[in-house]
Design a protein around this ligand. Sequence first.
Ligand code: FE2
Ligand code: FE2
Length: 316
Amino acid sequence: MSSAVAEPELAAQFEATVRRKDRIEPRDWMPDAYRKTVVRQVAQHAHSEIIGMQPEGAWIGRAPSLRRKATLLAKVQDEAGHGLYLYSATETLGVSRQHLTEMLIAGKQKYSSIFNYPALSYADVGTIGWLVDGAAICNQVPLCRTSYGPYGRAMIRICKEESFHQRQGYELLMTMMRGTDEQRAMVQESVDRFWWPALMMFGPPDDASPNTEQSMAWGIKTHTNDELRQRFVDMTVPQAEALGVTLPDPDLVWNEERGAHDFGQPDWDEFWDVVKGSGPCNAQRIAHRKRAWDEGAWVREAAVAFANANDEEVPA
Ligand SMILES: [Fe+2]
Ligand SMILES: [Fe+2]
């Protein structure tokens, strides 16, 4: 694209758009570092949706009733859809899904650390919906107003589906809590395992999150990690009470002065270990994704061959 407008003027227009809290669109000029940051964040988000299908997907064949199976199947399919909307958003910046998937499989891009924890019991299906999708909602609702247009618009649709995910999880746990002592114990055991990893989903504490400040200045992020973590805790405590489960944090207490809960810190050493690849399921998750990608090669080849054959039929 040739343009007579000089770069400083384009940069000023970009800054003004961000300041107005308007959207940056694919056709707009943007700083290289902004483009890279959006691609990195959206890719990481897309990978999380796709890898996130695995822990619960493992329970589809073992769901205890047709209703539970249909619900879980729909939820896991939604996550595939979320991944696809997000890969489409990166394509508007000229980065293909194929390239990003190859980066993921090569270990060069990350996904949310939460999906490196296994789903060990059927109660985990409920807990993942309640806590993991619940944390995702806290993270994602503000992203509906993120500065990059295609990302923000994808988030609007994704958030509607995430709230269904959260409710189906909570409803499943509520049903189990009304069941036998054994079922109640399963729910508590599951919540004990997922509580801390769920808090880690918001990322490291603000003072250990070097990219936050620039991302907020560009309107890519609108709240800090610690703000969102606080919001999640305050939202979840009354839900835990209604459910009748105990959150495994002895420091969790209402702070009248702050009008918010005080709570303990997750084990950040564990967080960094999992991020760096040593979580309980990192190798398994990537191996599974690689197998699916390799086994799908013929579909991609056939799609390209079909598109090329059809192109030739179109008169120039
Ligand atoms: Fe999702
Ligand atoms: Fe979800």
